[in-house]
Design a protein around this ligand. Sequence first.
Ligand code: PEP
Ligand code: MN
Length: 342
Amino acid sequence: MPDKHKIKELQNQIDLIDNDIISNLVKRKSIANQILSLKKELALPYYNPVREEEITNRLNILFKGKIEKKFINKIYQVIFKDSIKNHLLDSQFEIKNVWQSIESNPIIIAGPCAVESKKQINKIASEISKYGIKLLRGGAFKPRTSPDSFQGLGDKGIEYMRNAADNNNMFVVTEICDSSQLDKFADQIDVIQIGSRSMTAYGLLKKVGEKTASTKKPVLLKRGFNATLNEFLLASKYITDAGNPNVLLCLRGIRTFEQIDSKMRFTPDLSSILELKDMTDLKVIFDPSHSTGNAKYVKSVSKVALELGADGLMIETHYSPKDALSDSKQAILPKEILEIID
Ligand code: PEP
Ligand code: MN
C-alpha cells in the first residue's frame, strides 16, 4: 500500500539535496570570481570556451547513461553565463577573434540599421565598443521595401564599416544581397548576413556556403518573415551542406494577422526560440528591432528572448534615432543596450 508519509520523507531528502546544490553553486561562483580576478591581473581573456567544453565533456563522460547530455549542457550554459556576466563589460576584456565573440554569452550584435557616413558608423562603434560589444552591425546594401527609400551607401558603406570596426577592435556583421557583392566583399566581412528577403534565394545561400567553406566564417541567416521554422532550417541546410556548418539563425519577427492593427511591425516570433533550441544545435539570435519595429518594445522583448534561451541579440542602435535614414522608429540609444546587457 503506497504511504503518504513515504512521499513526505522523500521530499525531505530532496530538500536537503537542493540545499547542497545551491550551497555548492555559491562556492563555485566564489572560486570562479577568484579565477576571474587573477585573469584580470594577468591580462588574460576571461572567457575560455575550451575550458567550458572540457568541463561539460568530462561531466558527460562521468555521468553517461545517468543524465542526458543535453541537460548537463543546458545547466552549465546557465552556470557559465552567471559566472562571467559581471565581468564581460570590463574594458580589459579584449576579444581577438570573431569566434570568441560568437561564443560569448549572450552574443550581442549591435549597430545602426544602415551605414550613413564614415562619421556616423565610427561614432556608434566607438560608443558601443566601450560596453564590451564586439560585433558591429550596419547595412551597406539595404534591401528596402520601397525603391524610393534610402538604399544604403553600397561599396563605400562596406569600406566605412571595416574602418569603424578596425578602429574599435570590433568585427563586421553586414548583409550581402547577391553573389557579385559576395565575391567582391566576402574577405572584408567577418559575419556575412543574409537578410529575411533573401532567405529563399537558394542559389545565393549555396554560394555563401561554398565561398565560406574554407574559412568557416559565421553566416547570420535571418528568417524569412513568411517562412515556417522548417523552411528556415532547410534554408540553413543549403549553407551547411555547401561546407560551412557555422550558421547563426536569426529570428526577426513574422507576418501574422496581428499586423492588421498591431503597433508592431511584425509579430515577435519569441516562441520559435524554444522550438529552434529543440530542433537544432545552431545558435539562435533574436532581433528585437525588426520584430517589433518600435523602440518602445525593444528592451522588454530582448529580455524575454534571452530568458527563453536565445543565444544572443541583434539590436539596432543610433545616437540620434529620429535622424536615422532607415528604421528610425526602432532604433534605441547605445546606452539603452547597456541596460539590456546589464
Ligand atoms: C537588417 O537586419 O539589416 C535587415 C534588413 O533585417 P531583415 O532582413 O530581417 O528585414
Ligand atoms: Mn533595419
